[in-house]
Design a protein around this ligand. Sequence first.
Ligand code: LLP
Length: 414
Amino acid sequence: MNSLSRIDGVLHIEQVALPEIARTFGTPCYVYSRATLTAALQAYKEALANNNALVCYAVKANSNLAILSLFSRLGAGFDIVSRGELARVLAAGGDPGKVVFSGVGKSAAELREALSLGILCFNVESEAELDRLEQIAGGRRKPAPIALRVNPDVDPRTHPYISTGLRSNKFGIPIDRARAIYRRAAASPQLAVRGIACHIGSQLLDPEPAAEAAAKVLALVDELASDGIELSHIDLGGGMGIRYLDEQAPSASAYLAPLLAAMAGRRERLLLEPGRSLVGNAGLLLTRVEYLKPGVEKNFAIVDAAMNDLMRPALYDAYHDILPVEAAAHAALPYEIVGPVCESGDFLGHARTLAIAGGDLLAILSAGAYGMTMSSNYNSRPRAAEVLVDGTAMHLVRRRESIADLYAAESSVP
Ligand code: LLP
């Protein structure tokens, strides 16, 4: 995370000391850097300069309104997967005309609402969804703008839970069936064929699989043109990976170079749906050590954040770097960093050698993507606060949930 630095031994995000954030807002607390968020989007914009392209930020990575409004003001569009995400985009001032709607299970209500709002495109994932959308668009003045999300059957070489472009995955329409479905869609007065979409997986460190998928997509686009079906855009999805530990994560320009080369000379607009690479390294989870518990086989550092706050380690065995916020003169020991939740899978890091004591603050890095958005209230734990740092300023962009929030939507048996 490039907005992190140590000043007199104390970890700062931009110009704000993390202990100051803990004092003001408590822990656990997600902390984001506005400068890093801006730089990440800027890197895409620079890599895409001189290209007819639109970055549609994948809202699922981090849907806080502050981040959506920042990206919206910087000109981004959005990739959404639910009504909830659509509502967030609108609440943040996002333009529905720059929204693409992905997802395998869009409900009729979701299709209706997005259609009324005039979104840029529905990324349709099945024939059944196309039928439903056609029916809903019937009787309206405007046809529904569609792209087919094709499944190119390319191995993205990432964690199996976040691979989406293999034939065995639930996502997309098998690429060899898409041409016939496009012909059908093009013949429907209720549907306006606008584009094609493809997303093969997440945390991709090598652009090669994405380039392979792009080649398959472009071959299909050319076949469609020979059928008289001209597309206005080509959506190559998200997926660019970031550095969590020692990964050689590509820069946006390196990752996009083969995709831009494939698009060179084409008239269609390029759409991208990056999530993690725009927010992942702009956020950390700030937590406090509740207890140190020396064990027979392992030493445990029990912290006040848990799997309900950051699920990635428990779910994917994902690695997040963990740093002490203040350098201290304690003995450095290997610790299991675990939370208070009653599950043995509730860990945030294994065997981390740290010089810490009870009461110390820890920063769990690279937690800006798929952190807060995947959090839950498991064990009736209120969700963490979120703070956006901007230079020397800190803004509370989501208050910590209260205990009353936990059951505000519930009622007792009458
Ligand atoms: N577009 C579509 C259609 C997607 O399904 C996704 C992510 C993205 C774009 C954004 O991908 P990104 O640029 O963030 O890789 N929870 C997992 C990641 C799940 C990704 C799901 N789809 C994790 O924590 O690693």
